[in-house]
Structures are given as C-alpha cells and as structure tokens.
Design a protein around this ligand. Structure first.
Ligand code: BGC
Length: 742
C-alpha cells in the first residue's frame, strides 16, 4: 500500500463503513449501545431514519440499575449475535461517560455518576460482545458530559478530577476488556479537541494504558485531519474525506506529519478489518424470541423500588385496579438520537397488567404526552382518572418524560415531571391512598413533589419493560435494582448547578472531585434517594464485616442474610474513606460491590477485592497514583446512605516522593530534615536573625516563614543567596509524606 492508499484508509467509505483497500476488507460500524441500529437505506446519526428491526434492550440508564455485570455481558453478547446476522462488525458502544448533571440529555445512554460502577459495567459489556467476535467502541473519550454545545464546548477540568472521576471507567474498560475501537468525543478538554489531543490519544491511551486498537472519531468530530492523525486518531467517520486524505499526503511531503503516523493508523485499521472478517458469522440465525425474553429479564433486574409505604406492593392478585396514564399504553422504553433502535416488538404495560390481574382493570389516560395539553382537557382527564382510582382497590399511575423532553442533542432545563402529571398524581393519591407510581424517564426526575406511597423506577426499560413492570407490581419478581445516580431534593442542590452547561464555549467543572454522591456526602446534604438505593419485598441483614490487607489492597467479606419472607437479591456496596487523608477526598467512594440471591432465611458470605487503584488518589505533584499510608475505613451497606457495617484497617501504603524544588515551601522542606539543615545553614550564613526565627519551633514567625517558597528567600536577602546555592541545598531530595501541612 502506498501513502495515498494508507491515507485513504483512514477515512470511512460512507456513513457506516470503512473502505476496502486492496486486500483489506471493509467493515461496518453502527450504533449501539442497547441494540443494533442497522440502516440499509437513508443513513443518519440522529435517529431520524429507520433501521432494521433489532431487539431493544434496556438502555444504559436502566441496565446500570441492575448492578449486574454478568447480565450486562449477556445482553451485549445477544447484541453481538444480532450484529453478526445484520452484517455489522463493530457496535458503537458502550457509552461510559460520567453523569455529571441530571440535566445531561444523554444520561440515558450512560451508566452512572460513579466511575467504578460505570467501568465495571462497561467492561462487562465489551467482554460480552467481543466474546462473540464483534468489536465494541467504548465512547465518548473523554469528558463528554453534556449535550449543550457538545461539538465545541471545552470541558475545563483539573488533572486530579480527570484522573479520579472522568478517566477511571475508560481505564478499566481499556485495560480489562481491550475494546477493538475507542471513539473520541466531540468536545475539547481544557481547550484541546479530544480528536486532536495527543496527550489523551497517544501519551495516556497508548503510552500509559497500552492500548493497541483503533481510535475512531465521533461522527463529524474531526476539525483538522492532519492534527488528528498526528495526535493518534486512526479513523475519521463518516467518510469519505477525500480532501483530508490528500491533506495527509501533502503534510507528509512537507515534513509536517511523520509518514509513520499514517502508516500506523492504516495498519491498525487493516488489523481491525482482518480480525473482524476472520470472526464473521453472517449465517448466524438469531433467536429473537429468546432475545426478547432476555430483554425482559434485564428489565426486571433493572427496576428500582424507591418507596413502598405499608408494603403497598406487591399488588394483591385479586385487587381491582385503576391503571392510569398514557405511558401505560404508549410506553417510553428508550431514548432519542443515534442509539434509537427499531424494536422487534414491545411489551405494553397495560396489556401485561391485564394479563396478570385477577380482579377488574380499568384504564384512564390521565394526561396527554404532547406538551400542549389545554387546561380544560387536562382537567377532564384528571377527573376521570380520580374517579376510577377512588372506585378501585389500588391505583397504578404511569408517569414520566416524553421523548420530546429529553434526547441526545440537547440538555434539559429542569428535572421536573410535567405539571399536568404532578397534578394528576396529587389528585389520584388524595382520592386513593393505595396509589403506586411507575416512572419512565432517561434522566433523573425530581420526586419531592410526588407524594405516592409506592414508587417504582423503570427508567427506560427496553422492549421487555412492560412485562417486567407488571411482574414486579404483582410480585412474581422481587425488585432488586439499585440507583446508579442520586435523586436530589431539588435541582439547586446538584454539584454542577452553578457550572452547567457553561457559557462562551467553556464549561468549568467547578465541583471537581465532588460529583454525585461524593458532593452530597461531603456537604452532608439531604437527598431524595441516595446513590445505590433500592428496596426489596424482603429484608436483608448485614453482619461480620471482615477486612484483610493483601498485596493488592483490601479483601472485604461480609455475611448477608435474607431475614424476610420471600426470596430476593441484594447488592451489597462497599465504600471506602480515608478520614485522615493528607489531601481533600470525598468522605467515601464506591470501591466494590457484590450481589447475593437468597431464599427466605438463607445467608451467604460475599467477598470483594478493593484494589490499590481503587484506594489510591492521583498525586498531581508526582503525576502518579499514591496509596497513602494510614487508616482506611470500609463501610458496607444497601446504599451509599444505608451503611450497615463498618471497619477500619491500616495500610502501610507507599506515600509519595515529591521532589523538592525552589517552589517548595520551608514547611515542606522541613519534612526532609537533611534538606532543612542545609537550607538553614545557608540562611544562617546569609541572615542569622532569620535562621533563628525559622528554627524557633512553633512561633508565629516560623509559621509565617513556613509558607515561603525556598526560592523566594532570595527576594528578601538582596543577593546574599543565589538560586544555584539553594538549588544545590535541595537537589535530588524528596519529601514524604505526600502533603505536609504548611
Ligand atoms: C454520537 C455517537 C454515535 C454516532 C454515530 C454521534 O452523533 O455522538 O454516539 O455513535 O453519532 O451515530
């Protein structure tokens, strides 16, 4: 292959395919992530034109609530089988960006506000699909946390926050599951486009993380092809990009771009093509019936029972029911945009309820989904619903957000349910104290104004959601989902409230490390429902938390017992805090989780490994992870705010070795007695009175001097000390522990 052919290989053939050049076979990449979106005719990345029918599994917002990596892998494997049958070689998913703000328009496509959970589930998805011989494209790398101005915005994030919040899920997926491709995001990161960011795509991804696969642009994300390839991008999509191909050839000719960069990109695309075709199974027949069943199973496991006063649920089999709400007969089960799948079939909650009910079922529409509902109509619909609710034993109200209210491409302005629905819930609940509300939504909705005694969160539950909701309502399935995102009391409480969605092309991540529950916990702020929350029809007891220090961190074991009357599944969550940390840290972060399925009365021991990486922090001064020596507190519980057992272990850690420089303060130098002695000697020679002050222990003079960078001593000692002298006094010396208090 000559240079021109290699350059051409780096841009797609069309909307969804790469080129076939010489012997290199073309491949098809398509969305993703909760089903295969295979378009044969008119192509688009906005969810406008239809695609071939495929199973619509629960989108990430729901799937994450399962906290079940094995299930996520099975769903991804099924998507992989459908990809084979539809002649697709790479599915564009999973989306693992952090849900920074509940208004994020694409939150339904992402897993969680927590990097550990996002990474574990993302990794399972990639392994699941790639085990079938279909490639994944983990996206959007990186810091794509909003839709407003998504193609231009610069996410301004400090290094530690990048390392501890926005990158760990990618690190886990890339190092554990080795996705065939990584998709860059549209946005800039600290001013540099993700697709032109050589730190991100080369130094970090390939250098530090050892990634060997293909880096593909998001559709239309490349501004300057030469700069992108120079930064480490291999494939620009969609294609073709004939002008860009020619620019690469010219840039190599001019010496502006090393030819090796084009060669390497072409090689990676070639390897991807060969690999994909060696594993292709176009003859594979998909059992769509089995996949629909799997979609139901995934939805059942994803539903969260948020509230269940007086054990209102499960419904008694013979109850007469008033089923209320347009969403009961026109379910919203996926999000809008590039991920939109043409479902093979859809379970309708109302039908599924009617099928299972032993008593009478009466339906009332309650509200209209289109937003320009007029007042009189709303009133009439509400009154009819209230009458039906009052006449029945129990009311089940389906509420949520219509597709027009949330989608890829824009963020929400608020997190409220539509006013007509809130009024309906209030009126129905007043007329019928036995009212359960079922929610369908992609992003978090405010629930402080939803007074219903029972509350079921179905999120967006895919084509099997209707059956799953009915199973949970009637108790044939005991709910076990747990929230993957905090539900705040009000929008004003959210960590990024003042910094979202930014302005003038920049969005400052002012909350830093304190994303999601990390923020609410640090501020001890009340929330509506905490991260990790989810009830069951049975009860679990936690006891005997035992911690063992290992070479790789901490092994935690706990006994979980089902002390209720029916079988159930519990997800035990392990949170770690370092109360005496030398650096600012959230009070606790999720470092592991494990689930148990237990019959009534049964108990089991759960074990998780909390790895050094999950316990460490990113030390900006050395540019590395540091496991601090000290006490580590591990709490285990049923949610981030329902901690049932806690214990502390001491880790030797390794501390950090921070080089002393002329910018180190005297207080920092004091942590290295030998260096301090040398500096004080110099000081004694140049200014005897100052040296006395500095060594006078706790005096305020010593404290004031403690904050003085060593290099600045020169400013006060008019030429009596030189930079070279001070440098020599410090040279090669390091400070431990990492962050001595000034
Ligand atoms: C989205 C990607 C998607 C691509 C192709 C883009 O607009 O951001 O997630 O994979 O289109 O449809």
């Amino acid at each position: 292959m000559d240079l021109a052919a290699r350059a051409a290989l780096g841009s797609g053939a069309d909307f969804w395919s790469t080129k076939s050049v010489g012997e290199v076979p073309a491949i098809t990449l398509t969305d993703g992530p909760h089903g295969v979106r295979r378009q044969r005719a008119a192509a688009d990345h906005l969810g406008i034109n239809d695609a071939e029918p495929a199973t619509c599994f629960p989108p990430a917002v729901a799937l994450a609530q399962s906290w079940d990596p094995a299930l996520v892998a099975r769903v991804a494997a099924a998507i992989g089988r459908e990809a084979h049958a539809l002649d697709v070689q790479v599915v564009l998913g999973p989306g693992i960006n952090i849900k920074r703000d509940p208004r994020g328009g694409r939150n339904f496509e992402y897993y969680s506000e927590d990097p550990h959970l996002s990474g574990v589930l993302g990794s399972a998805w990639v392994r699941g699909i790639q085990d079938q011989g279909i490639g994944a494209s983990v996206k959007h790398f990186a810091v794509n946390n909003q839709e407003t101005d998504r193609i231009r915005i610069s996410a301004e994030v400090d290094t530690r926050t990048l390392r501890e919040v926005y990158l760990p899920a990618f690190h886990r997926v890339i190092t554990e599951a080795r996705p065939w491709t990584v998709m860059t995001s549209y946005n800039r990161i600290n001013g540099v486009w993700a697709a032109e960011n050589s730190w991100l795509l080369t130094e970090l991804l390939r250098g530090e993380w050892g990634y060997e696969g293909v880096v593909v642009s998001d559709w239309g994300a490349v501004d300057d092809r030469v700069r992108s390839v120079a930064a480490g991008l291999d494939l620009v999509m969609p294609g073709p990009d004939t002008a860009g191909d020619a620019q690469l050839v010219t840039a190599v000719g001019d010496g502006a771009l090393p030819e090796a960069a084009v060669r390497r990109a072409a090689q990676r695309i070639e390897t991807l093509g060969r690999r994909a075709h060696s594993l292709a199974r176009p003859e594979l027949r998909v059992d769509l019936e089995a996949h629909h069943e799997l979609a139901r199973e995934a939805a059942r496991r994803s539903i969260v029972l948020l509230r269940n006063a007086d054990e209102l649920l499960p419904l008694a089999p013979t109850d007469s029911l008033a089923v209320i709400g347009e969403l009961a007969r026109s379910p919203r089960y996926q999000g809008g945009g590039s991920s939109h799948v043409t479902a093979t079939r859809v379970d309708v909650p109302l039908d599924e309820i009617a099928r299972r009910a032993g008593g009478a079922v009466r339906f009332e529409v309650g509200y209209r989904l289109d937003t320009d509902d007029d007042g009189a109509d709303a009133e009439a619909l509400r009154s009819a619903a209230v009458r039906a609710a009052a006449a029945a034993d129990t009311a089940v109200v389906f509420c949520g957000l219509a597709e027009e209210l949330e989608s890829e491409g824009f963020d929400r302005a608020d997190i409220d349910l539509p006013a007509t629905q809130l009024e309906l819930i209030a009126a129905v609940t007043e007329a019928q104290p036995r009212t359960a509300v079922v929610l369908s939504h992609g992003g978090v909705v405010r629930l402080a104004t939803v007074p219903a005694p029972a509350l079921l969160d179905a999120a967006l539950s895919g084509q099997g959601g209707g059956a799953a909701i009915a199973d949970v309502l009637f108790g044939t399935v005991n709910p076990s989902g747990k929230l993957a995102e905090t539900v705040p009391l009000r929008l004003q409480d959210v960590p990024s409230y003042l910094n979202f969605p930014g302005a003038a092309g920049q969005v400052r991540h002012g909350e830093g490390l304190y994303v999601g529950y990390r923020w609410y916990d640090a501020l001890e702020r009340d929330v509506q429902f905490p991260f990790g929350h989810g009830l069951s029809y049975t009860e679990f007891d936690y006891r005997d938390l035992r911690l063992t220090v290992t070479d790789d961190g901490i092994t935690a074991r706990v006994t979980v017992a089902n002390i209720g009357r029916r079988a159930g599944r519990e997800v035990a969550q392990f949170y770690v805090g370092v109360p005496d940390s030398a650096v600012p840290r959230p009070p606790r972060v999720l470092a592991g989780f494990a689930a148990a399925e237990l019959a009534a009365g049964e108990s089991t021991e759960l074990e998780v490994r909390l790895t050094r990486r999950d316990l460490a922090y990113w030390e900006v001064r050395v540019g590395d992870w540091v496991l601090e020596p000290g006490d580590y507190r591990v709490d285990v519980g049923a949610s981030s705010r329902d901690l049932r057992a806690g214990a502390t272990v001491t880790l030797t850690g390794e501390g950090a070795e921070i080089p002393l420089t002329l910018e180190s303060t005297l207080a920092e130098v004091a942590h290295n007695p030998a260096a301090l002695e040398r500096v004080l000697e110099l000081l004694a020679g140049a200014a005897p009175d100052w040296a006395g002050g500095a060594s006078a222990g706790q005096s305020n003079i010593a404290a004031m001097m403690g904050g003085l960078p060593v290099g600045r001593l020169r400013a006060f000692l008019g030429g009596r000390l030189t930079r070279a002298q001070l440098q020599e006094a410090l040279d090669g010396r390091l400070v431990k522990p990492p962050n001595p208090a000034p």
